[in-house]
Design a protein around this ligand. Sequence first.
Ligand SMILES: Nc1ncnc2c1ncn2[C@@H]1O[C@H](COP(=O)(O)OP(=O)(O)OP(=O)(O)O)[C@@H](O)[C@H]1O
Ligand SMILES: [Mg+2]
Length: 197
Amino acid sequence: MHLDIRQAQALQEYLQAKGWPKENEPIFSLEIPGNGNRNCTLRVRTHDRTLIVKQAQPYVEKYPQISAPSERAVIEAHFYGKIQEFASIQNFMPALIGVYEKEYILVLEDLGTSSDYTFLYQPQQKLSINEAESLAHFLAMLHQLTWKETLDGTFTNRAMRVLNHEHISIFPFLENNGFDLIMRRLLGLAQLPLSFR
Ligand SMILES: Nc1ncnc2c1ncn2[C@@H]1O[C@H](COP(=O)(O)OP(=O)(O)OP(=O)(O)O)[C@@H](O)[C@H]1O
Ligand SMILES: [Mg+2]
């Protein structure tokens, strides 16, 4: 199954085979919920509800010429699953509704219209004090947790680390790397070309 905004019927059949949506709950529309980067992330709307479906292809959605390990979806799901034990942190995050490891698909609670905050790269844009406080609070809570999973490799994604290292710490510093970093910033194009967040 290849998640595709033009293929609502195929997604419906796929999800129905997994027991969702219910038989009389056809998918009404597929939408792009917000600015994405590595994955294909869609809002699925039925008559009664909306959900987020996210798939990791073996490449970066925005730059398909760049390979990226699909396992990232499974590791992201482990993280969401683990967080569900901690109500105070879970409140800040979408609930994990389903994970289909073979196709690297996650189904998540829809948090409604939101932003990935890449607008902060544009001139004059700032986090509000309230947002900064919430973020610090969330990070502090997360930081205080010690899980066996952080030690036993459940969350380890070496291939993703290697990729991030190349694109954040190596490519931008190569001469003639073909990236117009200054122009991208001035144009408000947000991220360094391939920095993954
Ligand atoms: N659970 C959700 N509820 C509402 N909107 C969401 C949810 N998950 C994602 N979105 C929206 O979809 C956009 C893309 O999703 P997301 O950031 O998870 O994917 P990505 O950028 O492709 O992958 P990643 O950030 O893991 O590299 C987000 O910026 C946000 O606007
Ligand atoms: Mg994102």
